[in-house]
Design a protein around this ligand. Structure first.
Ligand SMILES: *Cc1c(COP(=O)(O)O)cnc(C)c1O
Length: 404
């Protein structure tokens, strides 16, 4: 049973005040809050079995290794990944993308083509630009329409034998659009291109089955899924990961080292150089359990209701425009009020205890598309309430009155 009052008690931070008002946290697209059980798992690791993993024969090291590897299995199960060695635990989405981009530096040839979408986060644009500069590959962009949806007919025109890789986010962090990744993957496979899906914004709302969608690489960050910062996932199909050169050298990732030659460890360790974020990995597993206990269907139902209500209430404000109006969207409402800079709205609502994000949301090309400097972005989670939506709407009305 989804009981919002019980759920809110799991999150200690939701009790605090900001500027003398109860915190209304609507910046979930930047990072989510953490339930006590996740916080406790970190404290428990450091207070009772802190040791380095995969290295010692001593008991503490074995305990830590076991719990860390159980966390990897939880990630595997959650995303329905075939083998646990296909789960690379990284420091987060950005790190995961960079591992793949660097791996392709050895594979791509001059004239090969790489496709990204017009609504990517900078972390899914910049590494590919760097890759193209290094290899002479060409970057192509899937355009979007004014609703904030990718234009699939244009995507199909971009695909050819030259296409080697396609990168697209599952859910846009700036607009909330849920992209039709299954179609995008299917079309890419018709020309033998591999697809990397950036799931950073999707995974707290949608349960992903990587085998069902047949994606080649899927990446995400724990901190957007009620887990800690500094840990995330790179899923890749085994055959593909085996072809990629590792991006960092160091301990953990080797089989044998001599000064003449080093052989790399098998997956997943080949991509996990150095001591990983042990407590973070463990807490990531706990966060996944927590979300599954609430249930992704329940989360989606509740959040959809909340978004519909917030959209309707906000649109009653004269001059307010929402960017990202696809019927396939989740969790994010990006908006502006005519004649008012988004930053000014953000500053006033912060005084009223509300955390929203203002700016370009690491997606400047989207802002350029709409010819705006940025937006105010309210992003929702299953622990937000209708009452909080009302607080936001009243605060925006007040800001409008003060600024116009
Ligand atoms: C948050 C986010 C990222 C970056 O994630 P990090 O945890 O900062 O590496 C990338 N893509 C999208 C869509 C995001 O929402």
């Amino acid at each position: 049973m989804f009981d919002i009052n019980i759920i809110r008690k799991d999150f200690p931070i939701l009790n605090r005040e900001v500027n003398g008002k109860p915190l209304v946290y609507l910046d979930n697209a930047a990072t989510s809050q953490k339930p006590q059980i996740v916080i406790d798992s970190i404290v428990d690791y450091y207070s009772t079995y802190n040791a380095n993993i995969h290295r010692g024969v001593h008991t503490l090291s074995q305990e830590a290794t076991d719990v860390f590897e159980i966390a990897r299995k939880k990630v595997q199960k959650h995303f329905n990944i075939k083998e646990s060695k296909e789960v690379i635990l990284t420091s987060g989405t950005t790190h995961s993308i960079n591992i793949v981009a660097n791996g392709y530096a050895e594979i791509l040839q001059k004239g090969d083509e790489v496709i990204v979408s017009a609504m990517e986060h900078h972390s899914n644009i910049v590494p590919w630009q760097m890759l193209c500069e290094r290899t002479g590959a060409v970057l192509k962009v899937i355009p979007m329409n004014s609703e904030g949806e990718l234009i699939l007919s244009e995507y199909e025109k971009l695909l050819s034998e030259k296409t080697k890789l396609v990168f697209v986010n599952h859910v846009s962090n700036a607009l909330g659009t849920i992209n039709p990744i299954e179609i995008i993957i299917e079309k890419a496979h018709e020309v033998n291109a591999a697809v990397l899906v950036d799931g950073a914004q999707a995974c707290s709302h949608i349960k992903v089955d990587v085998q069902k969608i047949d994606v080649d690489y899927y990446v995400t960050s724990a901190h957007k899924m009620c887990g800690p910062t500094g840990v995330g996932m790179l899923y890749g199909k085994k055959e593909l990961l085996n072809e990629l050169q590792p991006y960092q050298g160091g301990g953990e990732m080797i089989k044998e080292v001599t000064f003449e030659k080093t052989t790399y460890a098998d997956l997943p360790h080949k991509f996990e150089a150095g001591t990983p974020n042990i407590s973070g990995g463990i807490a990531f597993g706990v966060a996944i359990d927590y979300l599954n206990e609430i249930g992704f269907d329940e989360i989606a139902n509740y959040e959809n209701e909340l978004i519909a209500y917030a959209t309707q209430q906000l649109l009653e404000i004269e001059g307010l425009k929402i960017y990202g109006t696809s019927q396939y969207k989740t969790s994010v409402i990006s908006f502006n009020i005519e004649g008012i800079h988004p930053y000014d709205i953000g500053t006033i609502v912060d005084k009223l205890g509300i955390a929203v994000r203002t700016g370009h949301h690491c997606a400047q090309p989207i802002m350029e598309f709409y010819k705006i400097p940025g937006t105010v972005r309210a992003s929702f989670s299953f622990y937000n309430t209708k009452e909080e939506v009302d607080v936001l709407v009243n605060a925006v009305k007040k800001a409008k009155m003060m600024l116009q």
